[in-house]
Design a protein around this ligand. Structure first.
Ligand SMILES: O=P(O)(O)O[C@@H]1C[C@H](O)[C@@H](CO)O1
Length: 319
């Protein structure tokens, strides 16, 4: 048997066909081959034709928290359906708009509705708009979400600043960065230990103190959903150090850290996590939306005030 020793190993993205394809390719690798740097550029150029002003802050609205976008002034609302290559939000409590304008005097871009893996999107696809918003010019990100309270000291309606996360899908080999890495987005092996900006957390606490509001600070566990957690899973997440659990955020913040955003993560505790086999209580999405809408004004006020910190550049440079 003869071997061809003259073949060169190419570093290009994975082959379209051949043994790799036959063996099955990770869906995120396929997604990332589609959402190339050039594709993100195409989307950004499309948006810039409609909205020339550069956003400085990107905001992602969690379940029932999309009302924040309604407070943006001098708005341009672009439905996701009109943006090339954009997915759609299919979940109750998530609209499907990219909203531009000013919020407390700062140019912002706001995702009024996000994408979740349980809707059938890969984690890479759910998170890629983060790269679009970065390419448009935003360097700060505020990501909000609804979450179940794992920490037994937490109450429904508490606001938790996310200090760190457990990216459970990533443990199972489902990280949004799987596949070819384009260094123009960020490095192959990005550090994520400081994905949630400490200074942003401290500033947000100062802001909350002015309203006599005590914010929680904890670890968010991101799961794939759509099922809420079993009691055994909740017990496991507590043992792992989780304070809140949800079905989003971690893949977005992973891409945000990859491309160099400074991120503030805010989880609204919309329900307690079931931990008693004799209890009849179950988390339901209607309650999640109801509590989010109830607490939306408080959250919006905090983010509104946080914008002053960015406007006044009232921060030391961390990076
Ligand atoms: O988009 P977020 O993370 O705020 O939404 C949470 C997680 C699920 O999508 C849904 C469950 O009720 O709310």
């Amino acid at each position: 048997m003869s071997h061809n020793t003259n073949t060169s190993i190419k570093s290009a993205p994975i082959a379209e066909s051949g043994p790799w394809a036959a063996a099955g390719e990770h869906p995120n690798a396929v997604t990332n081959r589609f959402y190339t740097y050039e594709c993100v550029q195409e989307i950004a150029a499309f948006i810039q034709r409609l909205v020339p002003a550069k956003p400085e802050l990107a905001i992602i609205c969690g379940s029932g928290l999309g009302g924040l976008a309604d407070l943006i002034v001098d708005k341009t609302v672009i439905p996701y359906s009109e943006i090339p290559h954009f997915p759609r939000s299919t979940v109750v409590g998530h609209r499907s708009n990219l909203v531009f304008g000013t919020f407390n005097g700062l140019n912002v871009v706001c995702m009024q509705g996000r994408f979740h893996p349980y809707e059938g999107y890969t984690t890479a696809m759910c998170a890629f708009p983060v790269r679009v918003m970065h390419m448009l010019g935003a360097r700060s990100l505020v990501v909000t979400c609804a979450a179940g309270g794992l920490n037994k000291d937490y109450s429904v309606g508490d606001i938790m600043l996310i200090k760190d996360h457990l990216n459970l899908p990533s443990f199972a080999g489902n990280n949004p960065l799987i596949g070819h890495n384009d260094e123009r987005f960020g490095p192959r092996f990005p550090p994520v230990g400081h994905a949630y900006d400490r200074q942003y957390i401290m500033k947000m606490k100062e802001i909350a103190a002015k309203y006599n509001l005590q914010l929680r600070e904890g670890v968010y566990c991101g799961l794939g959903g759509p099922c809420y957690e079993t009691i055994a899973e909740i017990n496991m997440l507590r043992l792992l150090g989780g304070d809140a659990v949800g079905m989003s955020t971690v893949h977005e913040v992973t891409l945000a850290a990859h491309c160099g955003f400074r991120t503030l993560g805010i989880a609204l505790i919309t329900n307690k996590c079931l931990s008693d086999y004799n209890s009849t209580y179950e988390a339901v999405h209607e309650d999640v939306i109801r509590i989010s809408e109830l607490k939306a004004d408080e959250l919006q006020q905090l983010i509104f005030d946080f914008v002053n910190v960015l406007k006044n550049n009232d921060l030391e440079n961390q990076h």
